[in-house]
Design a protein around this ligand. Structure first.
Ligand code: PLP
Length: 283
């Protein structure tokens, strides 16, 4: 079955889907994106992603030219046309096409692209059984990481370094030695006295939608939580660690650089949170 993408009002074969060379997303990475997990044909944390999208757009002064209803129809249609039951949907809104100039005219029409793809849940389940390793790298990003911007160069370079070293993710570290987040995920540890710790939200990190859902779940599971910074050293001495995102859900981390975390196998709390989050998607 051929894949279908949505581009500026049309549903087109994925292989032919394109935007103009003077799209400001292409030339300046002047745009934002969202990623939803699709579980059992439903969008996970649907409204929370929409809310974050609108905030990202508003912070960059890019107009939201759709209603939630029409955007939802597009997302649903792309998912339907690609027959995705489990997988992800990607939405990108850039400021639009204009003659290249750093400043922009106020009347540019934003470009909207939506794609969807199936992901075999068994693959992630297997990864979660063994856990993943992460490396740590300096956080070289700009100071507005709360905006889900398509400007991801430091993230992609760090992710590639991780993959080149056989790791799944890179944890980025600020100038004071505190972990900010992963290149495409939030970072968590569970201390030796069973406190779930993740960095509090401000412009240092992206406010992960999955992070928020897991914090809610942690409350229901009566896990003690703290939203605060932690250092690489604290992480390396933690009982457990994991990452969260729409695509990885809660994914246990068993190694940070050369340090084995806990027993070297996925920890109980991370596994409970992962299972509870997945179970919620079938309700
Ligand atoms: N932090 C960064 C830098 C990300 O790119 C992502 C997701 O792509 C996340 C955190 C996790 O966010 P979410 O849980 O909304 O997918």
């Amino acid at each position: 079955m051929s894949r279908i993408a949505y581009v500026n009002g049309s549903y087109v074969p994925h292989a032919q889907a394109s935007v103009h060379i003077e799209d400001r997303g292409y030339q300046f990475s002047d745009g934002v994106y969202e990623v939803w997990a699709i579980q059992n044909s439903k969008l996970r944390d649907h409204q929370q992603h929409l809310t974050r999208l609108q905030r990202s757009l508003s912070e960059l002064d890019i107009p939201f030219t759709h209603t939630n209803r029409s955007l939802n129809m597009i997302l649903g249609e792309v998912i339907r046309r690609n027959r995705v039951r489990n997988g992800m949907v990607y939405l990108q809104i850039t400021r639009g096409v204009a003659p290249r100039d750093h400043s922009w005219a106020k009347d540019i029409i934003p470009s909207i692209v939506v794609t969807a793809k199936s992901v075999d849940p068994a693959q992630a389940a297997n990864r979660a059984k063994t856990g993943v390793s992460v490396i740590t790298l300096a956080d070289l990003r700009w100071k507005r990481r709360d905006i889900k911007s398509v400007s991801l160069l430091p993230n992609v370079l760090a992710k590639q370094s991780a993959r080149d070293k056989g790791a799944f993710e890179a944890w980025l570290v600020d100038e004071e030695g505190f972990v900010t987040e992963g290149t495409s995920s939030n970072a968590w540890i569970i201390t030796q006295d069973n406190v779930l710790v993740t960095r509090s939200v401000n412009s240092d990190i992206l406010s992960g939608v999955t992070r928020l859902s897991l914090l809610e779940l942690a409350k229901e599971l009566q896990l003690k939580t703290e939203q605060r910074k932690f250092t690489i050293d604290e992480a390396k001495q933690a009982k457990e660690a994991f990452i969260s995102s729409a695509t990885t859900l809660a994914m246990p981390v068993v190694k940070i650089d050369k340090s084995v975390i806990g027993t070297g196998s996925p920890g109980m709390a991370a596994q409970r949170l992962r299972e509870a989050y997945i179970a919620q998607g079938y309700v």
